[in-house]
Design a protein around this ligand. Sequence first.
Ligand code: CA
Length: 665
Amino acid sequence: MLMMTSGVSRSQEVSEPDTIGTASWDTMDVVSGDTIDVVSGDTLLTGTVMGVLPAVDYKTGDSTRTKNLPENAFDGKLNTFYASYKYSGSWVGMDLGRQCVVTKIGWCARNTQSGKERVELGVFEGANREDFFDAVPLYMIPQMDTVAQMRYVDVACSKGFRYVRYVSPANGRCTIAEIEFWGHEGEGEDTLFYHPTNLPCVVIHTVNNELPQDKENYIRSMVTVISDQDSEFSVQDSVFRSQKTEVLRDSAGIRLRGNASMTFPKKPYRIKFDHKQRVLGGKAKAKDWVLVNNYGDKTLMRNIVAFHVSEIFAMPYTPYCQPVDVFVNGEYKGNYQLCDKVEVKKERIEIEEMSPLDTVGDALTGGYMWEIDGNAKKEPHPYYTPHNMPITLHSPKDEDIQPAQREYFENYFNLIDHFVYLASANDTTWRRFVDFSTFVRYFLINQICANGDAYWQCFMYKKRGDTKAYTGPVWDFDLAFDNDKRRYPIAETTEFIYSAAANTSPFVRHIIHADSLTEAEMVGYWHKARHAGLDEDRLIAFVDSVAEELDASQQLNFRRWKILDKEVHQNPVALGSYSAEVERLKEFIGMRLLWTDNKLGYTWEPDVPEEPEVIVATENMRIDVKGYRVYDLFGRLIYAGEKMPDLKEGIYIIQHNNQTTKILR
Ligand code: CA
């Protein structure tokens, strides 16, 4: 924006830039410290300069404490700059001496190509602790910027901060020619906080900027979740969105999570709040939440689409999942999905949580929650079924479980294993131990999503006083939808996919193909889902709507992680753009619906419009019709056309080729 100042401008003190730049220097004016923005009445804020030392001397490449110091970023000169010696996590800022509401930020990149690159995704933060543990972002520079001139933005944050700083983007030195914070003294209000896109954002700061390295050790953190307050109000005929944000803040531990996904530079995190929190739209009030990194899924939405499919299949529980932007210690980490942790809890897997006292009688029978687990051998207490299928018991937890409980569970699963392997038309005992309804829906969801990991990790649970094992929830689809080179192209696969974890496929096969009844039931669930939203048009519309919602965030994400033209994780292809990746997903969904229809011997016919025009049949109506005429039981013509329509449940009279038949749908 254009600056208006009442202060005296002074001309730039020109000297040779340290490397060659392209911009002209001689028209630049720099405002001095006591100027006032006549529009807002805000002043250029001053204070004690802070920043990470040592700096770097670019001429020698050595560290220095005499050149390119933090003060250079606040000296009003565009040809002097701060440059940290250390890469990543370096910053330069100011102690304002009192809380100030920052209303505007100005900056100028160092006058070199690398100086320009170094500010892309640079983040300005405000805090009230000197160590910035409580910091929130004030603004992120979204793109590579111009050099040799000041740029200004208004700040969308109503809170006052004593400490303000600029944090360098990852993998480079913190280097910037000039920074200005404008505003006014005051504590401000907690009504408006910055977030870089339309999505909520999760801001994490760790003690001493330490980053989690493993799945065992939690790092003490402050976690702030910022989202738009979902409120609209109308004045006369106009509807306005409220300019407010919701803020959830709690101290927490964070650690890494996942398996393969943990090995990528964009790390997945587990958050354990110190207090139970209901986060964003999540239903559960819980301490544990996860941030899924989606590094190998360049659509950033495979999990979202699969969870949507799970909802179409009306699974008893589908984990909460919300795309967010994530900052860690002032650095933008990209687009993530904030999800429920899969655990036994109200509004998650709702079964009885066992106490160590539950060791006899009915109390001993549950609840239990476990996973068929391809990684079981890395767990401290893996259990293998008699047919050698790997299982990890998650609830009760290792630290709480009693020997009687473990023994009960293992004996119970031994029985399941035994009867599943006997499954046939003559022996349906397995049905007492396996809930087919959730088992088959889980199976179908993973088929339509073509998820090779479906039985590498498969959650199951048992309720108290109920002999059945239930399957679900669905989880982990980053390699699904033909995103796994080990199975690519899935179009050429003729069999269902269920062979991920060792010795799991016979278990699944025995259930799915137990008898003709299971196969008919499977088609029944498929039919129901096909008419509940599992059709190409509606799924594609869903994908398009998610792509639109993710658009601003995906752009930032792929500036942070320049991988669109690289095959990462198990990518079979790299298409170079986000939109091409989304198109490929859409094409695959259409293809896979057809594939599954064919595999199940199912014929898809779209629903007829909800309320067909009702025409009352007359005595004189000719019956030598071409095509079909369909009447209801009152003789009212409800359809006439060349093809037999897909009819809702009911009894109909059909005329076709001069024959009249009565059918039950
Ligand atoms: Ca300067």
